[in-house]
Design a protein around this ligand. Structure first.
Ligand code: COA
Length: 199
């Protein structure tokens, strides 16, 4: 694996070199840009470092990162249900999905989403869930293009500067083969294009 050039998406099981510093910096930039997976302002560096170290220690979490020229520029986490949740043992949740502003538009998020989805599927999970603020247009477009279905809307999902923001809940059926999903999406796009041309 050549980490010196180009883009790369991989699971991170331990931090080496500048990984932790890069991860904290990328997350800080995402927070300053307006979406830092819950954080509204950048926390002290030690808090941020402890957060990522904690993520790597929790068995129910898997951390994936996107790299640009070797540097970590984004993340995604898969949450497995806790051992007591046997009834929900088929559902994996995706969270902390972001790419630092300076590394956007290079296909890293698409790669990260595909990799996490594949990991969830390979681990035998049947469903991948996530939620997002309605204001995150780029993420919503990516999720919908990737076959996620919106199944719920929650008012007062987030509170930012005293204002409530609505949130969307999405799910993807991992049991369907990617081919079937691709065909279904093509069909939906064709139908949408047809009704637009008739309007
Ligand atoms: C959403 C986000 C992860 C996309 O990262 P990215 O690396 O720029 O995305 P990619 O380059 O892989 O682009 C993938 C797709 O995302 C969508 N997208 C990316 N940037 C977009 C933009 N500015 N406007 C609309 N759609 C956009 C497009 O569908 C794009 O596919 P296309 O290039 O074929 O049109 C990034 O904008 C981000 O970190 N946003 C803030 C955090 C966030 O909203 N996270 C989701 C919370 S659950």
């Amino acid at each position: 694996m050549n980490k010196s050039v180009g883009t790369l998406v991989e699971r991170l099981v331990e931090v080496v070199g500048t990984d932790l510093e890069d991860l904290c910096e990328a997350a800080n930039q995402a927070i300053l840009d307006g979406n830092g997976f819950g954080w509204l302002s950048t926390p002290p560096r030690q808090v941020m470092e402890n957060y990522w170290r904690g993520v790597l220690m929790v068995p129910e979490r898997e951390l994936f990162v996107a790299r640009l020229d070797g540097q970590i520029v984004g993340s995604a986490q898969l949450f497995k249900p806790p051992p007591n949740n046997e009834a929900g043992a088929h559902i994996m949740t995706l969270t902390t999905f972001f790419i630092a502003p300076w590394a956007r538009g290079l296909g890293l998020a698409r790669g990260l989403l595909a990799t996490t989805e594949q990991a969830a599927r390979a681990a035998g999970f049947l469903q991948l869930d996530l939620d997002v603020r309605e204001t995150q247009a780029a993420a919503i477009k990516l999720y919908e293009e990737s076959g996620f279905t919106r199944w719920a809307v929650r008012q007062n999902y987030a509170r930012i500067d005293g204002q409530f923001v609505t949130g969307y809940f999405y799910t993807k059926d991992l049991a369907r083969s990617p081919k079937v999903q691709q065909n279904r999406r093509k069909k939906q796009q064709k139908t949408a294009a047809k009704s637009e041309s008739m309007a």
